[in-house]
Design a protein around this ligand. Sequence first.
Ligand SMILES: [Zn+2]
Length: 459
Amino acid sequence: MPMDRDASHSGHSDDSDAPLLGVRGCLIDTPHLGRLRERKDTAILIENGRIVDIGAYNLLHKKASSKARWLHNARAAIFPGLIDLHSHLPQYPAVAKGRSELLPWLRQTVFPLEREFGEAKARKESMAFFRELARHGTTTAMLYGSVNEAACEAAFEAAEKSGLRVIMGMLMMDIASYGASQPKKVMSIALLESERLCEKWHGARAGMLEYAFSPRFAVSCSEKLMKGAAELAAKHSAFLQMHLAENFEELEKVKNQFSWAADYADVYDKCGLLTPRTVLSHCIHLSDREMDVVAASGARVAHCPTANLFLGSGVMPMEKMHDRGIPIGLGSGVGAGTELNLWQVMRSAIESQKMRSYYDGDARVPSPAEVFYMATQGAAEVLGKENMIGSLDVGKDADFIVVDYGAFLPYRKTARQQRDELSAEDLLSLCIYRGGPHGTMETFVRGNSVYRAAEPDLF
Ligand SMILES: [Zn+2]
C-alpha cells in the first residue's frame, strides 16, 4: 500500500461503516514508570471503542485492510490520551489573572466568576471548555463545577455531548460564600443537591461520566459537611476530591478552625475523606506524618505545578510521595494553573523540581518519561483505571491522540529530515518543551473522534 493513499489527514476509505478502525503512526507510551516504549510505523485496530490489535502497519494492514477504514500515517505520533486530574470548569476565563496568593486570589478573582456561573453561563461555556480540553489532547478530566446545581447539570450535559471521559462534582462549601449578595449554601442543601447530581450522572454514558463529591477545602467546609460528603461518596462508590495543603495562610486557618485535629490531613482523615477513591490536589506543605497518613489511606494526589508556581504556593516534594507509593498524576489546576495544556504542566513538573534541587538536596528531578507517565498511565492508576486507559495496549479503551510533532520543530521545512534523527526520548522531550494544541491532529476517546484539527498540516 503506497503511503500517500493513507497519508491525507482525512484518509477515510469509502467504507465508513466498517466496524473496524485502523490508525497508523509511531506509538509512544509509558506502560511503566520511567520506561518509554516506542513502536514505529505501527497500526492500532479499534472495534467497539476498544483496541483489538496492535502490530506492524504492513502486516495489520494486509490482514484487516478490507474490513477497516484507515486514518493517519507513519509520520504521525500517537500517544495515549492525556489525563487532567484537577481543574475548575467555571474558572477557565480567569486564567493568568491576579497577582496575589491563594486566599485573596479566591476572593478577588475566583469567587466573582463562580458566583456568576449559573445555568445560563454553564450552558454557554461548558461545550467550549470541553472542546478546548480535546484540542489540547486531554481525553479524561476530573473537574469541579460551581456551587450551583443547575449549572453542574448543564455542565454534565455538555460533558455527555463532548464524548470525553469526565469525572465532575458540584463544589461544596458551607462556611465561605461567594460574598454578601449570595448567602452561604446550607450544609444539608449542599449534600442533597450533590447526591441528586450523583444519582443522575455517576456511571452515565456507559461509565464515561462519573461523580466526585467535592468539598473545596477544609477552610470553607464544616466538619458535618465533610463527613456527609464522605458518607455519600461511600454510599454511591463515587469519587472524592479536595484541595490539601496548598498555601501557608490556608494551613494557619485550618489549624485555628479544627483545633481538635493533629494537622490538616488529620481533618480529612477523621472526616472519612481519605479513601482510595480520593484525589487530593496540590499537597505541597505536608509533614512526613501527613504523607504517611495519605499513603496508608490509599488516597491519591493531583500534582499541579503550573498552578503552584502561578500563585507562589510552593513546590511539592514529589520524591517523598513516590517513595511512599502514593499514586500521583498531574493536574492543570485551572484557573490557578494558567493553561489546560498538559504538555506544559509536564514541563513545569520537571522544571519546578530542577529549581528545588538547587536548594534541597533531597529533590529528584523527574525525566520526561516519568512526567509523561504521570499524565497518562500514572494518572489512570490514580483513578483506578489503569487497566482501561493510560497506555496503548490491546484490551484497553481506545483513548489516544494523534500529534503532528513537526509543528513543534524549530524549522518546519526540514522537519521530515529532522524526524529521522529523533529518538523516542527526543520526540517526547520536544512535545513536553514545545508541545501544545497546535500539534493536535485528532483526539479519540473510546474509539470516537472528539476533536480534529481544521487544517491539518502534517509535515
Ligand atoms: Zn483547584
